[in-house]
Design a protein around this ligand. Structure first.
Ligand code: RP5
Length: 175
C-alpha cells in the first residue's frame, strides 16, 4: 500500500548548515502543528542560482510560505522574497560575534518587496506566523492554533494565581 506524502506548505531555507540549530526551531514548531515542511540549505552568496531557482519554483510546487534565515549580511531572505510572490518570513540569525547586521538587512527592505522580519533567532515565531497565515484557509489548523493560544493564556493565569497565593517573595524562592 503506497502512502502519498503530504503537500509541503512551508519551505524553511537557511544560508548555512551552521544556522540549523536556530532554524530547526521553525521545523519543530511546524511539525508539532502537523504542517508539512522542508528544510534546505541554500546560500544567497555561495549558491545564488539555487536560491533563484528555489524561490522561482516554490509557488509552482505548492509551497505557500517561505521562512528564510541567515546571519551576517543576510541577503537570503530579501533576495528570496524578490524572486517569489509568496510571503517570505525572515529570521535574522544572531551569534555572539555578530552585531545586528542580519536584523538590519532584513528589516530595512526598501518599499515594494515586503519581508516579514522576526526578532533575531526568532524561528519559533516565524513558524507561528506561518501557521496564522495558513489558518486563514484551514479550519482544522485554526482550531489547533486557537488551542495553543488558549494554553498559553492558561499558563499565565495559573502562574499569576500561584503568585497571588504565595506572594512574590515565596514564589521567587520556589519557582
Ligand atoms: C550566512 O553566513 C549564513 O546564513 C550563516 O549565518 C553565516 C555563516 O555561514 P558559515 O560560514 O557558517 O557557513 O551566509
Amino acid at each position: 500500500m503506497s502512502k502519498t506524502s503530504p503537500q509541503i506548505l512551508v519551505g524553511i531555507i537557511m544560508g548555512s548548515d551552521s544556522d540549523l540549530d536556530i532554524m530547526s526551531e521553525a521545523a519543530k514548531t511546524l511539525d508539532a502543528f502537523g504542517v508539512a515542511n522542508e528544510v534546505r540549505v541554500i546560500s544567497a552568496h555561495r549558491t545564488p542560482d539555487k536560491m533563484n531557482e528555489y524561490a522561482q519554483t516554490a509557488a509552482g510546487r505548492g509551497l505557500q510560505i517561505i521562512i528564510a534565515g541567515a546571519g551576517g549580511s543576510a541577503h537570503l531572505p530579501g533576495m528570496t522574497a524578490s524572486h517569489t510572490p509568496l510571503p517570505v518570513i525572515a529570521v535574522p540569525v544572531k551569534r555572539d560575534h555578530h552585531d545586528h547586521e542580519a536584523l538590519w538587512s532584513n528589516v530595512k527592505m526598501p518599499p515594494g518587496i515586503p519581508l516579514a522580519t522576526m526578532p533575531e533567532n526568532g524561528a519559533h515565531n516565524a513558524a507561528l506566523l506561518a501557521i496564522e497565515i495558513l489558518s486563514l484557509q484551514d479550519k482544522t489548523l485554526a482550531k489547533k492554533y486557537q488551542a495553543f493560544r488558549t494554553k498559553l493564556a492558561q499558563e499565565v493565569i495559573k502562574k499569576d494565581a500561584q503568585l497571588q497565593a504565595k506572594g512574590w517573595q515565596k514564589y521567587m524562592k520556589v519557582s
